[in-house]
Design a protein around this ligand. Structure first.
Ligand code: ZN
Length: 260
């Protein structure tokens, strides 16, 4: 009996000594850590990153939980930036890639007149930030062509001495007569204002109202054709001042696409 008791006492003594050693080691460790942290030798690493917590919370609806001691959550509502619509228009340089069009006795070809005007219209509208396609008379891109507007540019022949003025027409069998009437109206008003040419409504032909491109493009693309003037009596304007002609056409298209 006595021997057993002595053994137990010895074991208890041994246990308390072990506990004492461990406690001393812990105190020493705490002391070292307390010294090391302010000197930067040991970084303080939070168990949960406060930033992630805030981000995760802002994604879930409901009341926002503010973590104690964490960074103050700020409203992270992404600004809504509207995607601007870039107008798309097609400009057909009449007869280009196909034939000369009307030819005057002195050799002036309609295709040359049209090309110069079309090139300038495209330039003006591109400067405005529009996407503009310069198309040939029978351009393969016309098949199913989708755009905010399509305009074909032509000029009248030298065969009518004394005739002056311009003409404008849309398809006689239009899918979108309201829209195309507005397109025609915009170009007539702005072209007349810019060039001073009279609008000639009486000599509009089937070439204009049954123009081939109307049957190729997508039915909801508003389209029209302009005869910008006569190559005899309006030659000075068409050939010497094509920038004025182009401005009048471009302003008419801007009126239609962007509104007034
Ligand atoms: Zn023509």
């Amino acid at each position: 009996m006595r021997r057993k008791t002595a053994e137990r006492r010895e074991r208890l003594l041994e246990d308390s000594r072990t506990v004492g050693t461990m406690l001393r080691a812990l105190v020493l460790l705490a002391f070292l850590v307390a010294l090391a942290v302010p000197t930067g030798l040991l970084p303080i690493i939070p168990a949960v990153s406060g930033g992630d917590e805030v981000a995760a919370q802002s994604e879930t609806p409901g009341p926002a939980l503010i973590p104690l001691g964490g960074p103050t959550p700020t409203a992270t509502v992404a600004p809504i930036t509207p995607v601007p619509h870039v107008p798309i228009v097609g400009i057909i340089a009449g007869h280009s890639g196909s034939d000369s069009g009307a030819v005057c006795p002195d050799g002036l070809q309609e295709v040359q007149v049209n090309a110069e005007i079309a090139r300038r219209v495209v330039e003006i509208l591109k400067r405005r930030g529009w996407q503009v396609d310069l198309l040939e008379e029978f351009d393969e891109r016309l098949e199913g062509y989708q755009a905010d507007a399509l305009l074909s540019i032509h000029a009248d022949s030298c065969a009518y001495p004394g005739k002056t003025g311009f003409k404008l027409a849309r398809a006689e069998s239009s899918y979108i007569p309201g829209s195309e009437d507005r397109l025609v109206d915009c170009i007539i008003r702005h072209y007349q204002e810019r060039t001073g040419l009279p609008f000639d409504a009486n000599t509009i032909t089937y070439d204009m109202t049954r123009y081939h491109a109307y049957y190729e493009i997508a039915p909801h693309t508003p389209a029209a054709i302009i005869e910008a003037g006569f190559m005899l009596d309006d030659r000075e304007l068409l050939v010497e001042r094509p920038e004025i002609v182009a401005e009048g056409i471009a302003e008419g298209l801007i009126c239609f696409v962007e509104g007034e």
